[in-house]
Design a protein around this ligand. Sequence first.
Ligand code: OGA
Ligand code: MN
Length: 319
Amino acid sequence: MVFCCRCDSVIKPKFHHILMEIVISHNIKPIDPARPTFIGEVSGIDLTRHLSDAEVAAVHAGMDRFGVLVFHDQHLDDEQQIAFSRQLGQLEEATGDIMSEKDRRLSMELNDISNLDKYGELLPRDDRRRLFGLGNLLWHSDSSFKDVPAKYSLLSARKIPSTGGNTEFADMRAAYDALDDAAKAEVHDLICSHSQIFSRGILGFDDFTEAERAKWAPVRQRLVRRHPNTGRLSLYLASHAGGIEGWPMPEARSFLRDLNEHATQRQFVYAHVWRPWDLVIWDNRVTMHRARRYDPKEVRDMRRTTLSNEVSSLEQWAI
Ligand code: OGA
Ligand code: MN
């Protein structure tokens, strides 16, 4: 059953895409004129309340169109953020950090992307949890180190530093499209191994327990994946990718470095300058992102809910 985006009355499916077009063009505008197909800025929606089916469909349609959506002035508390995220799909548990249960500030539905301990105090500069969290400064796609990786990430800015701490997004569809035919053929069927041990290794962090090493044994992901709704291909890269199946290690790592360099050229990248109470949603299947540095003596309180992709990238074959 398809409902009208405005009044929720039942409409014929063949008109649905036309109405979606109207909603998107009316309520979602490209934020960056230089990249009109990347990053939509959404207006006229209050995410603190239960959304209609039509509004949920419009958010998904906007995500398919842009890959990243920015919502301003969304005064969400944790419960509201979780409820809104659940309306979009299946939540992933926040098992990607090194926070022990007793040290957690937030519930298991929320990734704590802050520099705070559970009492709300700043983490010391050399705290192991902070150093592990600095992995977010490297280009990545969330949870690519899990067998079933992330679909959408939803990051809510509760408190931001006075300067720095932007988040940058790279469009991996555009990066794929810009490869020449020989490069497209070369990457088409490659499988990479992803682990948080690899990404932290880049930063010289190897302070892992045996249990963490076992938990983050490498997983396999396709290097090229096809978006199930749009059919577009994208490069599925992340700093967690530390090898290519069947390739000698130095050749794999140098090739992945080249691809990352290609994919994060300025023309593919948007830098988000946060305002308090922004909510940004990105599709991890078609983007990479990274945090930028900020003063560790200032509070940055960001909270992330994450939707599971439900299937491995291996099941999203690039035809
Ligand atoms: C994340 C992340 C970047 C940032 O929440 O997954 O990588 O700028 N955040 O905090
Ligand atoms: Mn991330």
